[in-house]
Design a protein around this ligand. Sequence first.
Ligand code: VG1
Ligand code: CO
Length: 556
Amino acid sequence: FTVEKVPTKPIDGQKTGTSGLRKKTKVFTSENYLANWIQSLFSSLGDEFKGTTIGLGGDGRYFNKQAAQIILKIAAANGVKKVIVGQNAIMATPAMSALIRRRKLFGGLVMSASHNPGGPDEDWGIKFNYRSGEPAPERITDAIFGFTQSISEIAQADIPDTDLAVMGSSQYGDFEVEVVDPVADYLATLRMVFDFPLLREFLARPDFSLVFDAMHAVTGAYAGPILVDALGAPSSSILNGTPLENFGGGHPDPNLTYAHELVELQWGEGAADLGAASDGDGDRNMILGRRFFVTPSDSVAMIAANAQQCIPYFSSGLKGVARSMPTSGALDRVAAAQSLPFFEVPTGWKFFGNLMDAGKCSVCGEESFGTGADHVREKDGTWAVLAWLSILAVKNKDTPAGAPLVSVEDVAMEHWAKYGRNFFSRYDYEGVDSAAAERLVGHLRSLIDSSAPGTKFGAYELATADDFRYTDPVDGSVAERQGVRFVFTDGSRIIFRLSGTGSAGATVRVYIEQYSDDVSAHKEDTQAALAPIIAVALDISKLAEFTGREKPTVIT
Ligand code: VG1
Ligand code: CO
């Protein structure tokens, strides 16, 4: 093939956020927008990737199929030897991470804006994962951004479009495209982690039921082969299992607001013993019991506490555990009780990768419905569902037919009785004016400076206040200004940060946490338990005054 050099000009604002580059679809489909970023990615990698193989796939959203063809042409022209593409351009984020690791790829591209809605008027996005399957570290994303600011031409191969519906290889000169099953490598990785025969046996019990909501997103392509074919769940246990380009018009975000179909089911007569949902690209998860919600900060703590007994991959114990800074301290208590190394990192999965590569962390999680482990380098929605299934399967090994099963709620109550409960909630204010959000953060930073330890905020006495700064214990890199936090003497916390995954305007996130070791209070409703500290958070931040918002758009 021949390589054409297409002249182009830098386009503003191609800086990646918490997880890749996300914009309105119309921005990405505008002239050279995607091509500029892809060329900048290859330019930033120097000669390092030449002659290597990379992966490509996405969450099935609108524009992915066209985007894949654009990416293949630029990859060929820049000297990539081979691209492995998921059939129909499908590849869940954790599956890409598994593919990179199993096939020792140089990296992989995931076309996804995760839980953001899809379609011509909604969002599109792309992210790059590196050699060990981890989200590209900031030194790479910063370099890409640098190239986007000075780019003058795009190299493009004049190869025909590849039929991505058909598995198999196509050769174009020295360049090869191989279309593969997007499930196979990922399933092989999950088989290495879990006891599939045990899970199969448990799912076959007539007194146990599972419901999984794929939200018309990418896990629709995985739920059938994994939950039904490999584990024997009835196909009726999968809801919204067909991936659609616009996710059926919804937000493919597994939380109590957007996964309302599943929530209604789990709070109704037809509730299953375990209810779960995943997001657009398959890395998030929500875990529900019957009329019971497991907040993600608790989920990671409960999985960590039970991992060694219930999941074969962890049978010799955990190397360590980690959570993002705004995630509640439930995991800290498990780490302390089991004398495990513990790490607190900034928001975003990229910070866990170094810890895992260095053998310091086995299980980690974020409050934002992200849970995962070192079998891959991304959070993993399906993994979390199988982890909970494993916990239930092991705890019910001796439950005779007809006797009540140990439920999700029982697991949670038992955990809280042992470790105490960290009540946690997050308030999101979406679509806030960016300048107003910046003024709010400015106010909070000045509040840090003016508040000495011992200052009273309502009934709470300040222990420390800061803007979180993280030094990576492996490579020494520093991430600054990762969230304003107020920590009180009783361990309660109020944290504020701005989202880095939106495509327009600003989203203000307020994270609230309060600990209780009083077993009689553990059944209390989260919002009721946190009402006093939430009032303090809204008061000291003057959030309503700065943003004009009386109420959050989403509460999780
Ligand atoms: C959000 C979450 C963060 C998560 C990120 C990517 O980021 O808060 O915990 O890692 O989304 O998740 P932010 O900057 O908007 O708060 V995903 O499923 O969108 O890849
Ligand atoms: Co996601």
